[in-house]
Every structure is written in C-alpha cells, then in structure tokens.
Ligand binder design. Structure first.
Ligand code: FES
Ligand code: FES
Length: 182
C-alpha cells in the first residue's frame, strides 16, 4: 500500500475525509484490482460503491449481525468494520464469486432447495460464512454448523432451513467427490 500521508515538523498530517490518499492492489473474486481510496473507507463501501459489487449487504455496521461477511484470504470478516486499505495484497471473495459461468454453486442451490431464504438480505453473509466452514470442515455436524453461523442473524426465515441447506451442500459435495452427480 502506498500513502500520501506526510509528517511536517514531527506532526503527522492526515488526509482530508474523502481524499483518496492511499493505493491498494488486491484481487476480488480472482480479478486483480488497483485503486486509490480514502484510508478510512470500509471494505463494504469499497465493494459496493467503488466496485459496484452490491451483493454484500450492510445492516448494523457494528460487526454484530454478519450480514456483510466476505472472505479475506479465506477468512470470514465483517466488511462493515474492516478497512478496505487492509486488503492490500490480499484476496477477497464475495457472494458474486460463488457462481460459476452463471450457474449457482452447490451451496447456493442447497439454500434454494431447502427454502433457506425469504427476503434474502442476510443470505450473502450466510453463504460466505458457510463457504468458509465447508472449506475447513467438509462434513460438519448440525451442532458445528449452528456454532459457526452463530454470529449471522436472520430475521425472517428461521435457522433450521439454513442449517439444513449447509448439511445438504456438504452431502452434495461428498456425492460429487464420490462420482455421484448432484
Ligand atoms: S453489517 Fe457488518 S456485521 Fe452487521
Ligand atoms: S432471509 Fe430475510 S433476514 Fe434472512
């Protein structure tokens, strides 16, 4: 990351609000991105406003609800409080990166098949958190799923179909690995 912050007479000077005073290089869903930005910009602002990737939602803005979850170097983070400048040199994955050539992936299809969404506002966060879980544990128990998704809130579907969708996605993946079509 490069910054235009300067110090004069030993006193740090900070860029004005909105001033795009630092430049980052990152990859977002496999695409290399270089941008100048305000060092105070949050990652969700960067994704939604600069890159027009509006699949990631924002609600509480306080790292409480999980709606804004994306993956940075495969780790789930709350993009509402994560600084965009901190993805310099890192790889970001958002919900837009899950589908392949326009086709929903197995996890997304499982959410649809289990009716694990209604308004869908919380769904991108659940999908990204579940993606991280299944990459760590391809066959999680129901208890593990509930614990892992504990920080993601849904206010209209209820959690049972969401847990079932993650279980279905795990079974689907195992079937694919065993050569059975899903
Ligand atoms: S909007 Fe980021 S955790 Fe709620
Ligand atoms: S589907 Fe509406 S808040 Fe979860």
């Amino acid at each position: 990351m490069t910054s235009t912050d300067t110090a004069a007479d030993g006193v740090a000077s900070f860029p004005a609000a909105g001033e795009r005073a630092c430049t980052i290089q990152t990859t977002v869903n496999g695409v290399r991105v270089e941008r100048a930005l305000d060092p105070r910009m949050t990652l969700v602002e960067f994704l939604r406003e600069d890159l027009e990737l509006t699949g990631t939602k924002v609600s509480c803005g306080l790292q409480v609800c999980g709606v804004c979850t994306v993956l940075v170097d495969d780790q789930p983070v709350s993009s509402c409080t994560y600084l965009a400048a901190d993805v310099d040199g890192r790889a970001v994955r958002t919900v837009e990166g899950l589908a392949r050539e326009g086709a929903l992936n197995g996890l997304q299809r499982s959410f649809a098949e289990e009716f694990a969404l209604q308004c869908g506002f919380c769904t991108p966060g659940f999908l990204m958190m579940a993606t991280a879980l299944l990459e760590r544990d391809p066959d999680p128990t129901e208890e593990t799923i509930r614990e892992y998704l504990d920080g993601n809130f849904c206010r209209c579907t209820g959690y049972q179909p969401i847990v079932a969708a993650v279980r279905r996605a795990a079974a689907r993946k195992a079937g694919e690995a065993g050569g059975e079509p899903s």
